[in-house]
Design a protein around this ligand. Structure first.
Ligand SMILES: [Zn+2]
Ligand SMILES: [Zn+2]
Length: 168
């Protein structure tokens, strides 16, 4: 069930450096979610329920769009960025493309945007990697069967940003 997969994906992102911002659904999946939610709510509003923007696209795909600022932690004080949603919004409005850390350091950074397939098969399968190949940390965060990243360094499994925000 699609709603359950979204919940699972959202909870796998908690505590990481990526934050979900939008769900892009096919009309069928959107209808599925509305039906599911209507069991408990007379007039379901999936966007409100998920606390994410929901876009419907005439396309046979369902993706979760997540954003990540790098580098994180801050290269000056090595503190992790907090209030990621606000920090990203501030970065997006910053003409100089500077990230501001909780201590007030400003440093040049990049916003990466990923699309994660919500319908990825066999998410429950055994995890092939438990140790980060770059830093040896055991803090590997899974986003899908073969999509993962390290919580302690910049390593990821080749998660390619699928599109970049308009450079303006
Ligand atoms: Zn700092
Ligand atoms: Zn690592």
């Amino acid at each position: 069930m699609i709603l359950e997969r979204i919940y699972r994906l959202l909870s796998s992102l908690k505590g990481g450096t990526m934050i979900p911002t939008e769900v892009v659904l096919s009309p069928e999946s959107y209808a599925d979610i509305a039906t599911e939610l209507s069991k408990n709510t007379p007039q379901p509003r999936p966007a409100q329920h998920l606390a994410l923007n929901v876009t419907i696209r005439e396309d046979n795909t369902d993706v979760l769009i997540v954003k990540e600022l790098t580098p994180n932690p801050c290269p000056v004080c090595h503190g992790r960025l907090t209030f990621l949603r606000e920090t990203i919004a501030r970065f997006e409005n910053d003409a100089l493309h500077l990230i501001r850390c909780p201590m007030g350091h400003r440093y040049p950074g990049q916003l990466r945007i990923f699309q994660i397939d919500i319908r990825g098969e066999n998410r429950e399968r055994e995890k092939p990697i438990t140790t980060c190949p770059a830093c040896g940390s055991k803090s590997i965060q899974y986003l899908g069967p073969a999509e993962m990243f390290c919580l302690d360094c910049d390593w990821d499994s080749g998660l390619e940003p699928r599109f970049q925000p308009n450079a303006s």
